[in-house]
Write a protein that binds this ligand. Sequence first.
Ligand code: BG6
Ligand code: GLC
Ligand code: GLC
Length: 907
Amino acid sequence: CILMYWINNTRSHKNKVDRFLHKMRLNDEQLNDISARFQAEMKKGLSAESNAAAAVKMLPTHVRSTPDGTEKGQFLALDLGGSKFKVLQIKVREDQGIRKGGVEIEEKTYPIPNEVLNGRGTELFDHVSESLKDFMHEKNINPKKKHPLAFTFSFPCEQPTLDQGFLLEWTKDFSVRGLQGKDVVDSLRQAIKRTGGMDMEILAMVNDTVATMMTCGFDDKNCEVGVIIGSGTNACYMEQLNHVDLVEGDEGQMCVSTEWGALGDDGTLDDYITEFDREVDACSINPGKQIFEKMVSGMYLGELVRLVVLKMAKLGLLFDGRVTNALRTKGTITTAHVAAMEEYKNCLGHTREILESLNLSPSADDCIAVQHISTIVSFRSSNLVAAGLAAILTRIQKNRNTRELRITIGVDGTVYKTHPQYPKRLHKVVRRLLPECHVRFVLSESGSSKGAALVSAVAQRLASRKRQTLNSFKLSWEQLQLVKARMRAALQAGLKTDGPSEVKMLPSFVYRTPDGSEHGKYLALDLGGTNFRAMLVNFKKGLQQNTKLYHKIYKIPLEIMQGTGEELFDYLAQCVGDFLDYMGMKNTRLPAGFTFSFPCEQTALDTVSIQLTLWTKGFKATNCEGHDVVDMLREAIKRRDEFDLDIVALVNDTVGTLMSCAYEDPQCQVALIAGTGSNVCYMEEVKNIENDADFSKMCINTEWGGLGDDGTLDDIMTSDDTEVDQNSINPGKQRFEKLTSGMYLGEIVRRVLLNLTIRGLLFKGYVSEALKTPGIFETKYLSQIESDRLALLQVRSILQHMGLEGTCVDIITVKEVCGAISRRAAQLCGAGMAAVVDKIRENRGLDRLNITVGVDGTLYKLHPHFSRILQETTRALAPQCDVTFLPSEEGSGKGAALIAALAKHMQ
Ligand code: BG6
Ligand code: GLC
Ligand code: GLC
């Protein structure tokens, strides 16, 4: 009877509270509704268009994979933003004595004085770095050595990279001045410098949710979600990269820190908010912000309970209407109190003690009611977290296109760790909301810093791998100036006829650029890359725009490129025959210009004795070097005996390009080819050339690709460059060209990737047959890999084509290797170009030179960054020249036809 009375009495007190707090008691339908709202908010935050206006920021973290078991190293770590500020030392699988796969952690908590929490940014970080120094001293850590540092910073930050974090705003109880919008990693770095006596490399900054996910992911590879239910609340998860609009790339995953604490900041949760939530918010240091967090996290739960108790007392529903000052005072009921009150084992003992400490004299009924208030408030918290997690898991489920999801959630935070009922309740509700998911919850026993260290370990490995290899392709400003000076000296030396020169400076016998008076029909032939072009051009006097062009392209098979000279020229004659057939002009004897893009010794523009000096690029047809190539073509035409041709001029492709561009822009006095090969020609003063022509200028084909053939570039060449040179068909020749042109860049990339793989630093050390095959990495891949639009998806498919399956990290490395090599190529061309334009300026005795450079070549035209870097470097190294780069529209063939017209005119 007594028991029945007690049960009924308890029930009635609980009912009273239930009625009073009915809005806080959320049923599954409501939780599903909240979950759906959060899903919509996540979408909004992920999309580039709506992110700015989204309350839930969905911050990309640049953590692309969970631990894979290969992480190792020794790190110092800082854990700032939870209820405790800690400095740690973490050893992951390094020293002896640690079991395989083990982690050793030493830590110390440093209190943060209140005045620092509300002071200036510099003071906060000075405190942080002084604590770090104290820790090093206490643990006997060598201050002279450089130490890698992992930084857990538990506030919303925008991260352009893993080691940068721009603070969006403070949350929880931090309100430090002067840091919002700033890079906190940089602020920390500055503070460490101010403190002095330590050498730190901050490798990664991570949110506590991310670090928690990584900590738990160390032991459970299914862990793809991290949650904090502590002073604050937040969750992160692995999202498909193609859904993360704010980060370039499509392939793989990236961890996103949802910052779900801000759910409701735009009113999304208004119908679930009670008067108590409003009051907590109004009295907080960030009113209107972190609405969801204020309903959920440890910083606010005690306060919510206090406000409910106070209100009920005031209404006479508790303590016979008595209210004490202590109960009126903010902060007198803490989340720890809430947890203690809900220790049911202790019956109502804790509740009574706590209420008495607030000078209240609670009856047994009051204690039952207050305990029940605590339960409702903390239950609502775990229910809301469950709804949030349901939203995240549903998203992952959709991403993976599966109903049966097996996933682990890493959890940390004082509420989850210390509240006796919280974990059980949370797990139960999540499983009820998503019955088809197999969800495992893992408590992060060792805090978040282990995870931060794991992220840093990956960053460190990547960084050192990158440092070694990529640095060897980086050119300093001094080195670029040196290259410019060497090119300048080589141009000068090449102009002197006595003795051999690496840069040949071949006279072209073209004395002027076109003036628009050219007219008539001409045939142009163009040999030099992988294709042979035949072209018919019809010039109309003074009507540059109306020039008519017809052309046909013929691919040159490798066996022809590298067969006998006779076979090569027979093939060319056959193509010309086909073209004339196609144009119906086989019976006309047209004047022809022949663009032949290899170094040739000429004695006049017309075709008297033109000798091929040496093959470059992929050509090595026999019996051509030292021979007159025009003669060889004439012979082949004769052998064919189908048509006749009047070959009136032979020009290099650079010269053809110069003519073609100068036809449009008279300022054009230089031409550059950045394609399969690399070369430049320009208008030189005749007085500087040993030549007795009556003209003032002559176009010189520099053949700058030969720079370095005497060893002058050895200091910038890497071992990969040397390997490419040694394995080419012309070892020791065209060294500058081999660093700068399309024929070789892909091959350098392949060598670098191969060597990284052999050293176990890429593709898990797996060397595929394809990767061992010279020439497989075509330079067009470089352009594709580096073009932002296609990003990682393209890289992955190119690698697959080579039989390589890379992780995300591998793919990024490949992209960076391509970037480093093409950047160096563009810079070297820029340095060479600066030497050329400065020479022209000095030739003319000018302080400033305005000049146009005609450009052609696939590298220039197709690569996404080459032209920009080339231009930037030229401008920086030749500051007295205003250089305009003009891409050639029609290729050099039209230029050859123009020269044919000039030659005809001279004849
Ligand atoms: C700790 C983590 O265990 O939990 C911190 O190491 C994290 O990084 C904290 O911020 C969150 O919980 P609380 O309760 O301390 O805010
Ligand atoms: C706050 C912070 C968030 C952090 C969470 C848990 O919500 O904004 O970054 O993860 O607290 O500490
Ligand atoms: C090679 C040739 C050169 C040509 C250049 C661009 O360097 O030697 O003559 O201009 O390639 O095609």
